[in-house]
Design a protein. Structure first.
Length: 334
């Protein structure tokens, strides 16, 4: 029996319907009718499904009822040939629908059939991870505050006057600051600096009196600065004479300290000034802290007043209000 004329699912485009004139397909196509998908015109969801022999069904149409019903028949005990034909045709229709859907989507989004859109890249709208950045060993000055240098071992900070810099290319690891720039030493060659400040802990001496320690150290400080260097050279030709120009008690970082200052004359060059300052530490076992100052004399050397400025500006780390320095009162001794 030949199916009657009507709208049936288009075997070449499963998303639309095509007109069957009773003997062959025409070129007339339309969107599926609201009353049912793939059913003849005039039939609805409640109408009984139409069954056609395989040889007479319009191309692309199943020879039995829709897939869900045919599957039920197979489970109820239909013939093996019927189940095979139904499943084969259903699979063909499903594949055709998938291919057609891909074709339609390609046309709808403006791309040619078969063209593939690039994969979408997810956009991270969250905040980036925060990583911890290690703190520098030496504190950098803030934009609004004075520049300082930290001596973390002894728990104090030193002010950094104009013309002074943090140490660079210096062999000793206890140098806190030097004057900016270098010059050729006047005697044995090598490189010299016009000023240097050194801070170290007194550990090789059982003595704890700042006055005694300062007086014991001043001669060694002069020799290290202007007599012989670390490798035995005499950058200034040796020391010719020295004299004490100042000494006395001084409050440093709220502690009672003592200083001794010498004027040193050398065989070559203008010589300079050396000062040994000792005061108790404000941390740990309160071991004495020794600060050495080495200033070249003459117009190239730093102003002698910088010794007093640096001493007065020494503070415990984290305590900017602690007073002290040359000319101030003696701090507590306990």
């Amino acid at each position: 029996m030949t199916p009657p004329p009507g709208w049936y699912r288009d075997p070449s485009a499963a998303h639309q319907e095509r007109w069957w004139d009773g003997t062959s397909w025409t070129e007339h196509r339309r969107a599926p009718a609201d009353t049912g998908y793939g059913a003849p015109a005039g039939t609805g969801f409640g109408a009984a499904p139409v069954s056609y022999p395989v040889s007479q069904a319009p191309p692309g149409q199943p020879s039995t009822v829709p897939l869900s019903t045919g599957a039920a028949q197979g489970r109820a005990g239909g013939t093996g040939r019927g189940r095979a034909v139904a499943l084969t045709l259903a699979a063909a229709v499903l594949v055709g629908a998938i291919v057609t859907g891909v074709f339609v989507l390609g046309e709808d989004d403006g791309t040619a059939p078969g063209a593939q859109a690039p994969p979408a890249v997810p956009t991270d709208t969250g905040n980036p991870p925060v990583t911890d950045v290690p703190s520098p060993t030496r504190s950098e000055p803030s934009a609004d505050g004075p520049a300082v240098v930290e001596d973390q071992l002894n728990g104090v900070t030193f002010p950094l006057p104009r013309g002074w810099v943090r140490p660079e290319y210096v062999a000793e690891d206890d140098v806190m600051m030097t004057t900016d720039g270098t010059y050729d030493c006047p005697a044995d060659g090598g490189v010299c600096r016009h000023g240097m400040v050194v801070s170290r802990t007194v550990t090789s001496n059982a003595e704890s009196s700042p006055k005694t320690l300062a007086r014991q150290d001043i001669e060694d400080a002069a020799d290290d600065a202007y007599d012989r260097d670390l490798i035995g050279n005499k950058p200034f030709g040796g020391i010719k004479s020295h004299e004490e120009v100042a000494s006395g008690q001084v409050a440093v970082a709220g502690r009672a300290g003592y200083y001794v200052r010498w004027r040193v004359r050398t065989a070559k060059g203008p010589g300079g000034y050396v000062q040994s300052l000792v005061f108790p530490s404000t941390v740990g076992t309160e071991s004495p802290i020794l600060v050495r100052y080495v200033f070249d004399a003459g117009g190239e050397g730093p102003p002698l007043a910088d010794m007093d400025r640096i001493t007065k500006g020494i503070r415990p780390i984290g305590d900017a209000d602690t007073g002290g320095g040359v000319g101030s009162g003696i701090g507590p001794t306990d």
